[in-house]
Design a protein around this ligand. Structure first.
Ligand code: PBG
Length: 324
């Protein structure tokens, strides 16, 4: 295509024609909204590094879920802050755990809203690691057994979907088997298949109170330098029975989302994580960026790269804007 026969600007001249040739359209249906559930009543503590996001008790979580649903956002994903933490994360798989209670309340009061649960131990262990610790090792197979118990207890409480985020090997297959065995064959698994060891989770760890007390997560989460390995991780999870595969974080890993889009027909989710959210909020606060435009541009680009679903702390704000 040569100038002047082709003038690229013709189709950019005004919003009407731009709208007609737009390749990627966001809708509120694209989003999953993360929520942090804590014990108590009437609790709503803002997370300082994530303005507009809160640790909330179940009564307030339910109100938030009503708003999420009314905005046309189809799903929430729940993270729990337990009353007591211990070495084996007992509250994660207790039938009276905070998440189990929250699921029941939401399913009861906000019918039609999909409730997804994060399946991991790091919020529930006193050492903040994603599994059982022996010395400085995170023990894989014994941890997988507990993750199965956790996923099962979420399903029993009424969860619509479980999302293992721990990155232990073999956990998707084991969770699939446990669910099937107990009559939860219809509950889908959204696996955090490609989860990198990322600095961008910093604000989340304040929100979920899950900072590891020693070491880091590099023995199970992926090295940010690797892309081919991401394909293997995703293929493994698909073979083990994952219904949706997730890439996390999102923006620094758009190439990974794109590669997966090219290599699989499975639905792909991308997690626009806490740090990605907080960076925009901070720059906006300093007057350095238009936060609203940065939000919509980020979400649009994640979808353009190939994500079908976006987990984002912006879900409500973006939906509000899209709904006009
Ligand atoms: C683990 C989990 C994490 C996030 C989601 N699930 C934190 C971690 O791996 O340390 C991070 C999400 C975010 O940063 O927004 N349960």
């Amino acid at each position: 295509m040569f100038f002047p026969a082709y003038r690229a600007r013709r189709v950019r001249a005004n919003e009407t024609i731009r709208r007609m040739v737009r390749e990627t359209i966001l809708t509120p249906s694209d989003f999953i909204y993360p929520l942090f559930v804590t014990h108590g009543k009437g609790v709503k503590n803002e997370i300082s590094s994530m303005p507009g996001n809160y640790q909330q008790s179940i009564d307030n979580i339910v109100k938030d879920c009503q708003e999420v649903k009314s905005l046309g956002v189809p799903a929430v994903i729940l993270f729990g802050i337990p009353e007591k933490k211990d070495a084996v994360g007992s509250e994660a798989y207790s039938d009276k755990g905070i998440i189990q209670q929250a699921i029941k309340a939401i399913k009861d009061k906000v019918p039609g809203l999909m409730v997804i649960t994060d399946v991991c131990l790091c919020e529930y262990t006193d050492h903040g690691h994603c599994g059982i610790v022996k010395g400085d090792e995170i023990v894989n197979d014994a941890t997988v057994d507990l993750l199965c118990k956790e996923a099962l207890s979420h399903a029993k409480a009424g969860a619509d979907m479980v999302a293992p985020s721990d990155m232990m090997d073999g956990r998707v297959g084991a969770i699939r088997e446990s669910l099937d065995e107990k009559g939860f064959g219809d509950i889908p698994i959204m696996s955090y298949a490609v989860k990198y060891a990322s600095a961008f989770y910093g604000p989340f760890r304040e929100a979920a109170e899950s900072t590891p007390s020693f070491g880091d997560r590099r023995s199970h989460q992926m090295d940010p330098a690797n892309a081919r390995e991401a394909i293997r991780e995703a293929e493994m999870d698909i073979d083990e029975g994952a219904d949706i595969i997730m890439v996390k974080p999102a923006l620094p890993y758009l190439d990974i989302i794109y590669r997966l889009r090219e290599s699989t027909d499975m639905p792909i989710a991308a997690y626009h994580v806490s740090g990605e959210f907080s960076m925009i909020k901070a720059a906006e606060k300093l007057g350095w960026m238009d936060g609203q435009r940065a939000m919509m541009e980020s979400l649009t680009c994640i979808k353009r790269a190939g994500a079908d679903i976006i987990l984002t702390y912006y879900a409500k704000d973006a939906a509000r804007l899209l709904n006009g």
